[in-house]
Write a protein that binds this ligand. Sequence first.
Ligand SMILES: C[S@@+](CC[C@H](N)C(=O)[O-])C[C@H]1O[C@@H](n2cnc3c(N)ncnc32)[C@H](O)[C@@H]1O
Length: 255
Amino acid sequence: MSPNPFDGKAEWFDRHYEDVRGRVRFRVLREQLKEALPPPPAAILDAGGGPGRFSAALSTDGYAVTLLDPSEEMLARAERALSGHRDARVVKGKAKEAPSIFGPEAFDAVLLHAVVCYAEDLDAVLGGVAQALKRGGVLSLVFKNRHALPFRHVIRGSLAEAARSLEDPREAGNLGIANRARTREELEPALSRAGFEVRGVRGVRLFAEFLAAEPEEEEEVERLVDLELRAGAIEPYRSVARLCHLVCERDRKIV
Ligand SMILES: C[S@@+](CC[C@H](N)C(=O)[O-])C[C@H]1O[C@@H](n2cnc3c(N)ncnc32)[C@H](O)[C@@H]1O
């Protein structure tokens, strides 16, 4: 079996939750999830849940949480993050394997955050999480927004990369792992094939990319989170945020 590209990167990824971009991403998504998720104690699958930051927070809120991830190193971190939590478990596997591991219609909601950009088999991943969801269940899908790619290259001083990213959505990113950004319009047909209807669209993290300096005061971070939340709900900001957050519902129709 080929080595998991996330082994060796887990600590780096987990640490990003401490810097301002990670803190803003977490806070903004937490607020958006409060609107999107059914109330606790609903059963949530955190597919590709990595180090367990969202799982731990949702477990604290009273949800029954299952974190699924293929990386041993991420799973070890998730075990630590969830130790002492009631009704929380960590399972090894890929998102597309969810129905075979847990059975069909096992969850009320699925988080799929920052995972599809690494998955080659998009239809298998979305089809897998759809089958693991109850009808009418919620998918929270967060992915790297293709429209935002050139901005970061420009900020980092590479106009050549910015120009390349207009044509080519593949990158190595901060983690050095090959990934692919998509537009919302590119993802929608695959969501539809898997039986999802898009109910909500939000942008996540725009201004945090452009800060001249990291804010020092907590109050300033709060102001930034508030700004990001408001801008992420309206155009044109929503469409050029670094991440796109789609809230989808698994079709209630019997197919
Ligand atoms: C960038 S991390 C995101 C972790 C977490 N969702 C978060 O937002 O903090 C991506 C995670 O997806 C996992 N992953 C990659 N391919 C996957 C797949 N096909 N199915 C499930 N998880 C996958 C990786 O092991 C890694 O933990």
